[in-house]
Design a protein around this ligand. Structure first.
Ligand SMILES: NC(=O)c1ccc[n+]([C@@H]2O[C@H](COP(=O)([O-])OP(=O)(O)OC[C@H]3O[C@@H](n4cnc5c(N)ncnc54)[C@H](OP(=O)(O)O)[C@@H]3O)[C@@H](O)[C@H]2O)c1
Length: 316
């Protein structure tokens, strides 16, 4: 499998990232372990989590996903097979990107993850109350201490990213080398108009989140009844409209042509986008993971990409 590099770092990753928000939420500990084992067996290596996962679940505080990954590292001995990303800034008790918060949050994450280094540390959300040089200065200390290898930005606007890159350059601080925006066949406009040009200009790696639109692009939600009682029902409701259904039809057509599932095709379309390093997607079973992994082997034809581009076009 052809790997891709992250910015100017020496990190090499396979073109599909596993999204760890399911660990301890829609995938229990045993299922999570079997998914992670299967992920590594597929030759894949990049796993994404955050300190805040999965604080939105009743009775959870955040840290549940990192804790499961840490237990898996310990039980399996596979820490060195994984490029590990986690994030700081959105956990209620460790909110924001101040230097003091970052210093405390990283140690919390390392403890839960049972490791002494994080490969990619993301700012989970822009924090306009903290000066950029304070945040990047805090990251510099972590890099110097060997706790973090590369820093990244999630949910940043293009203009603020440009500012952060300029501050890093002018002050000799670590620059963001990887971005994590929302992007999928349905949600295209925000990334394509704002962050994509900045990422391309500065040759920054991009890993996209909600790459399956929370499962909608698997094609399993085609009516309101399909969503009833489902953990992600409320998250996919917004996709159930004329454009969403048109995208599902196109996915069905391309999936049939390639003897693949719609989920595989949806991820292959993201992988084919030149500015994208890898889509992040999650699965709640080893069977679902097969559909995700297959995307790294599926090369869409020009006709396939055109079919999907046309169905999902957002220009008026
Ligand atoms: N930076 C950020 O602010 C941010 C925000 C959100 C997410 N993320 C990252 O992105 C990752 C991915 O997001 P996500 O997991 O929420 O959404 P996603 O990848 O778009 O959707 C994944 C979900 O779709 C369903 N699915 C997957 N494969 C399937 C298949 N073959 N057939 C049917 N259903 C299938 C599963 O849910 P069910 O089985 O429950 O249906 C799975 O958990 C997260 O884990 C996280 O790492 C980052």
């Amino acid at each position: 499998m052809q790997t891709r590099s992250i910015g100017t770092s020496d990190l090499e990753v396979a073109p599909l990232v596993f999204g760890g928000n399911v660990f301890g939420w829609t995938a229990d500990e045993r299922t999570s372990f079997s998914i992670l084992d299967a992920f590594v067996d597929h030759g894949l290596n990049f796993v994404d989590t955050a300190d805040v996962y999965s604080a939105w679940v009743d009775g959870h505080q955040g840290g549940e996903s990192e804790t499961i990954i840490g237990k898996w590292f310990k039980e399996s001995g596979k820490r060195d097979k994984i490029v590990l990303a986690t994030k700081v800034g959105m956990l209620g008790t460790r909110a924001g990107l101040s230097a003091a918060n970052i210093a405390a949050a990283v140690d919390d994450s390392l403890r839960r993850l049972k490791t002494d280094y994080i490969d990619v540390y993301f700012s989970h959300l822009d924090d306009d109350k903290t000066p950029l040089d304070e945040t990047l200065g805090a990251y510099q200390k972590l890099v110097q201490a060997g706790k973090v290898r590369v820093v990244g930005a999630s949910n940043y606007k293009g203009e603020r990213l440009e500012e952060a890159l300029a501050v890093a350059k002018d002050s000799g601080l670590p620059a963001y080398q990887i971005l994590q925006p929302e992007y999928n066949l349905y949600d295209r406009e925000g990334y394509e108009t704002d962050l994509e040009p900045v990422a391309q200009k500065h040759k920054i790696a991009v890993v996209t989140y909600f790459s399956l639109a929370s499962g909608f692009l698997s094609g399993k939600y085609r009516s309101k009844e399909d969503m009833e009682g489902k953990a992600r029902g409320s998250r996919v409701e917004k996709y159930l409209n004329e454009r969403g259904l048109r995208i599902l039809d196109a996915l069905d057509e391309v999936a049939k042509r390639n003897d693949a599932t719609p989920a595989t095709v949806a991820l292959a379309w993201v992988i084919a986008r030149p500015s994208v390093t890898a889509p992040i997607a999650s699965a709640t079973s080893v069977k679902q993971l097969e559909s995700l992994a297959a995307a790294t082997r599926l090369e869409l034809s020009t006709e396939d990409v055109q079919t999907l581009d046309q169905a999902s076009a957002w220009q008026k």
